[in-house]
Ligand binder design. Sequence first.
Ligand code: NAD
Length: 330
Amino acid sequence: MTVRVGILGAGFIGRIHALNLHRDSRVSLVGVADVIPRAADRLAAEVETAALHSLADLLDRGVDAVYVCTPNAQHVEPVTIALAAGVHVFSEKPMATSLRGAWEIREAARRARGIYQLGLNRRFARVYTFLKGLIDDGRLRPLLAQMKHNRGELQQPPWTGDPSVTGGYLYETPVHLFDMGRFLFGDVEEISGVARQSVYGEPDGFVLLFRFRSGVVASVTSVAHTSWFFPYERVEVYGPHQTAVTEELERAWYSPGMRDQVEGIDCFQMPFEEKWGYVEEDRRFIGAVLGDGSLAVSADEGYRATELVEAVYQAVRSGAAVRLPLPEPA
Ligand SMILES: NC(=O)c1ccc[n+]([C@@H]2O[C@H](COP(=O)([O-])OP(=O)(O)OC[C@H]3O[C@@H](n4cnc5c(N)ncnc54)[C@H](O)[C@@H]3O)[C@@H](O)[C@H]2O)c1
């Protein structure tokens, strides 16, 4: 059986998924829909499918699955409509731009016949699978960590500087880092920190402390106006006489002990879409649709990532530590 897939949103990330799916023999691309006809036309020609306008057009074509690749604040509506229509959904991050929106999707996913997967691609990026493997194999025992995910600017694409579209900077970029914290160290029990508003019209610099239920404590920094100085994303994990470090999605190192050789991986030569985890997340989504049980990032995981964003906003606004889980929006 081939999975009939439609893409909603023919921008930067819609194109990456469309190209991955175009190469996957298990997939038949049914159409690419965008409110800007030129964007739909261009991508449709590249992946040899129909150029369409809306989610309704994709559903009319009888898709089995939809990729929601529209800007951040436009995820909840198409996702819940598609799930209610019995269609499988892959949604780009963020899941939603409020805890209520994430809750609505989680509830819709629980009721749905189809599956829901969220595009937190870093979980499949090579540097992070390296780090996660060290922890899961018991070779690295995380005690403390230092995590950073900066952005050079909030100018490209232009909507990244508009909180009414992004939901706020934390939903645009650091949501990846917050989820990575949970992925590596488990649930967070308390968040505190400080935010500054310096360059843009919203809080654009965060210095935070995450306390994990596992006992790990991490300092977490994210600044939106740093220029693209390498590495703008870096995680350092410290164990008993151990250190593991990632440098952006390019390289990772592991020092297993005081007198041991340092191990490392260099992903420089890997194709971008593999290095960043996009190929693997798409491969797993299609596998899950076909029933092989390989679902990657579920609605529950997405809800928890959204909760971390909201808890950080609460903590920096109030100046007080916020404990998790947050009350659910009933
Ligand atoms: N996981 C990642 O690494 C990653 C990377 C980039 C973007 N993203 C996410 O993907 C989403 C899209 O980002 P992008 O960089 O591709 O943006 P983009 O601006 O390049 O593309 C978005 C496209 O959606 C179209 N669109 C807007 N509203 C629409 C609607 N109602 N119906 C159909 N099409 C509509 C726009 O015309 C545009 O072509 C965002 O939520 C972003 O956060 C994730």
